[in-house]
Structures are given as C-alpha cells and as structure tokens.
Design a protein around this ligand. Structure first.
Ligand SMILES: O=C(O)CCC(=O)C(=O)O
Length: 290
C-alpha cells in the first residue's frame, strides 16, 4: 500500500515537528463524523451531570449546550473507533511512525462558539510520558476553521527544543508553560493551522502548542487521536485522560515488539496485561508448558 502522505510531508513533520494537510480527509468521512458529533451534542442535552463522555463548560444547559470535549470518542461510538483504529488517521500514523504503531487515546475538542476556552501553551509529553518521543497527535477539523475560531497553533521546531515544566515553581501541576518561560518557548512564532473541514493537523508530543479562545459564532470541532511507535510505552499507564480503556495502548498497525532495549540492554517485553489477561504468577506458571 502507498503511504498516506508524501516523503516531503514526512520530512516536513520531522524537521518542523508538525504538519497541516489541507482537505485531506474525504467528504464522506467528514460528514459521517460530523453527523455523529451532532448526535452526541444532542445526547449531552439530557445527559446526567458527570456523564463520563462529556466535558462541559460551567454554563452548559439542555437548551444551550456548551461542550468543551467529548472524551475518548473511540469508546463512545464504533464510527470513531474505525476512524481512529483502522482508518485514515491510522494510515497517517503508519506513514509517520510505521510499520508498527500503537494507539494511545482520542478526544474530540469542540471549542464552542462565542468564547470556547483557550488551550494554554504546553507540550503533551509532560501529560503522558513515554519511553521515547515518538508519540504524535493527529487532529481532524470537522468544520471549516479560520483564525477567529481558535485554531491549533504550533511553534515550528520546538519538538527538538527545551522540555518545559508544566507546574508552578513550587511544583503544583498547571498543565501549561509558566508565563516567565513563554519567551523561551517562542510562542509568538506559532503557526496557527487553519483549513477547510477535513484538514488534518499533526504535532509531535514535544512540540509547543496551544490555541486561543473561539471568538467566532461557529463551533470548532477538532477530533484528536494520539499514536506512538509500537515499541514506545506509556510510563505508569498515565495519560489516556483517566480512561484506561480496552482500546487504549493497542497496536493498530504491524505488531508489538518482543524485545526492548533499555539503558543499552536487550530485554523481553511483557504481554499487554491491561487487557485483562493477567491472573497470577502461580496460575500462569502451572498452566503453561515448559
Ligand atoms: O483543541 C486544541 O486547540 C488543542 C488541544 C490540545 O492541545 C490538547 O487537548 O492537548
């Protein structure tokens, strides 16, 4: 199969740490994903407060929904599951990371009209440390997105630069780069990625990125899915936004490695125990043949 994106695009991702692929996803997919998103927004009107699927703004109401995010869409509907685990987004991940690719998590950031909240400058790797820096996030705009809508902004080349603390000086987690560090993060150089519905953003886990509030009268749905190389492991199982579901961490292209190299030593990998296959050392040792 031909790679989903060109060699030049792959080189651009490697050197700049991000990509914009305008109008990349075909209209059929965009319409289907968008219709499903509308259905879920309707479901949020009558959902119980605290429904795990929805992250809402404080003034969300049944007659005037204001969603920040739909959590883990792959666990919410099979359409999102196919798109992220064996669809066009997986194809892009394979072109950039392949042949062996692991899925980490997904989310659908709505950024509602008339003031949908900003995402402050940050680097994703601090939220979910991995054993390498291969993780990347692929975003798909489900509507046309312009500058006024708080598009994804990424600082070119920041993926190979300083890794910033996302805490206060006394160590409290803020999830954003400290104000005094922002000049070093060169955020004024950010490229704000706009494009028609179906446009794709890709950013590396170390790239400094963020987005402004949505000042327009249109919602800005951005479907985000994160992948890594299959031999990259999330540390402490953290970072699927608290949802360590069956789908998280699965290998979606190629196969899982049977060995890893750590500190220059080759060691065997363990099965994916989080899938529920672990019983106990007694059980597994007595059950298996030598
Ligand atoms: O939705 C956005 O504009 C940025 C999202 C983001 O950076 C994140 O959720 O980590």
């Amino acid at each position: 199969m031909l790679p989903a994106i060109s060699d030049a695009e792959i080189q651009t991702y490697r050197s700049r740490g991000y990509l914009l692929l305008e109008s990349f996803i075909d209209a059929g997919w965009v319409e289907a994903l968008s219709a499903k998103t509308d259905e879920l927004v309707d479901a949020s009107r009558v959902a119980d407060p605290g429904d795990w699927r929805f992250d809402t703004e404080p003034d969300h109401a049944s007659d005037a929904p204001r969603l920040r995010r739909i959590n883990s869409p792959v666990d919410v509907d099979p359409l999102f599951e196919t798109f992220s685990l064996d669809g066009p987004a997986t194809d892009i991940a394979e072109a950039l990371l392949g042949p062996d690719v692991r899925f980490h998590h997904s989310k659908l950031n709505l950024k509602w009209s008339d003031g949908g909240e900003e995402v402050k400058w940050h680097q994703d790797i601090a939220f979910w440390p991995h054993t390498d820096f291969s993780p990347l996030t692929i975003g798909v705009y489900l509507r046309d997105v312009d500058e006024a809508m708080g598009p994804m902004g990424v600082v070119p080349g920041s993926h190979t630069g300083e890794l910033f603390d996302l805490t206060t000086p006394d160590g409290a987690w803020t999830g954003s780069i400290r104000d005094e560090d922002l000049p070093r993060a060169r955020t004024e150089e950010a490229d704000h990625l706009v494009g028609p519905a179906g446009s794709v953003t890709v950013h590396n886990c170390c790239a400094v990125h963020g987005s402004q509030p949505n000042g327009s009268d249109r919602v800005r749905p951005l479907l985000l899915q994160t992948y890594s190389r299959a031999d990259s492991y999330p540390l402490l199982g953290v970072g699927t936004n608290g949802l360590g579901t069956r789908r998280a961490h699965q290998v979606v292209r190629g196969s899982a490695p049977d060995h890893l190299e750590i500190d220059g030593r080759r060691m065997p990998t363990a099965p994916d125990w989080f899938r529920g296959s672990y019983t106990s050392i007694f059980d597994v040792q007595q059950r298996t043949h030598r």
